[in-house]
Design a protein around this ligand. Structure first.
Ligand SMILES: [Zn+2]
Length: 91
């Protein structure tokens, strides 16, 4: 699991993978999910990553989903996991 990577590095790696061409393996898809937090390999996902470089954002440490919602950022809430980051590790 990649934990120390800034959004610019994520964008660079995701862009390389996106434009590599050819058929993706399951490993490629897993890498994409890790980098982007999205199942969908589209330019929209790349644009979201680019936005994260210039706009305040927060990425869920659990599922890697990215949010730009100010309230989610403030509360460290993930809309995909439906939980707060502070509850991480709680039973
Ligand atoms: Zn999450």
């Amino acid at each position: 699991m990649i934990t120390v990577m800034n959004e610019a590095e994520r964008l660079a790696r995701a862009t390389l993978l996106f434009h590599r061409g050819g058929m993706w393996t399951e490993q490629d898809r897993a890498t994409w999910r890790t980098l982007t937090g999205s199942e969908h390999a589209t330019t929209v996902t790349l644009c979201l990553l680019a936005r994260a470089i210039t706009e305040p954002s927060w990425r869920c440490p659990r599922c890697a989903a990215l949010t730009f919602h100010p309230r989610d950022i403030e509360q460290r809430y993930c809309g995909r996991c439906h939980r707060f980051a502070e509850t991480e590790g709680a039973p």
